[in-house]
Design a protein around this ligand. Structure first.
Ligand SMILES: Nc1nc2c([nH]c(=O)n2[C@@H]2O[C@H](COP(=O)(O)OP(=O)(O)OP(=O)(O)O)[C@@H](O)[C@H]2O)c(=O)[nH]1
Length: 141
């Protein structure tokens, strides 16, 4: 008899990389109570039913940081299977926003040039090298 496998659809996640003119980017630390608490990530979260990716990103950054993004350039998409979830991450680069980031969920956050905070969420680690190439237009990362 032929074997059938059912694959659950991934959870859609939007992630915003707030980037200043000098290239610094904002990372936050996952709060207690979430899987991978204490790991560093770019701000974002799950897309809710009926939302476009940009609407979801806009909502997440208001909820987490009190920041209203004014733009978001789709950058890349990666899938990752964690023990707790299979996620599809849609990364956006945001260069314009209103407001100063605040820690609305009690999370630590940090602006970083060379990203030195750790640990990073596993799916986010390869992104850092790609991001450095984008920010500094160099292969010397
Ligand atoms: N925000 C964010 N999530 C990431 C990154 N990298 C990465 O693997 N993820 C994964 O994407 C998922 C995001 O879900 P979340 O739990 O933060 O979303 P949420 O804020 O909507 O959570 P909630 O379910 O508590 O409302 C997690 O499984 C997380 O591990 C990243 O750089 N930023």
């Amino acid at each position: 008899m032929a074997e059938t496998t059912t694959r659950k659809a991934p959870v859609e996640v939007v992630v915003g990389i707030l980037m200043k003119e000098d290239g610094d980017v904002l990372l936050g630390q996952r709060p207690d109570g979430k899987p991978y608490a204490g790991y560093w990530e770019f701000p974002g979260g799950k897309v809710e039913p009926g939302e476009s990716l940009f609407e979801a990103l806009r909502r997440e950054l208001i909820e987490e940081l009190g920041v209203e993004i004014l733009d978001g350039e789709p950058w890349c998409c990666v899938e990752h299977v964690y023990p707790h979830a299979h996620v599809r991450l849609h990364f956006f680069i945001c260069r314009q926003w209103r407001g100063e980031p605040q820690s609305l969920e009690g999370q630590a956050f940090a602006w970083q040039g060379h990203v030195a905070v750790e640990p990073l969420l596993p799916a986010t680690i390869p992104l850092i090298e790609w991001l450095n190439r984008l920010r500094w237009k160099t292969d010397q990362v």
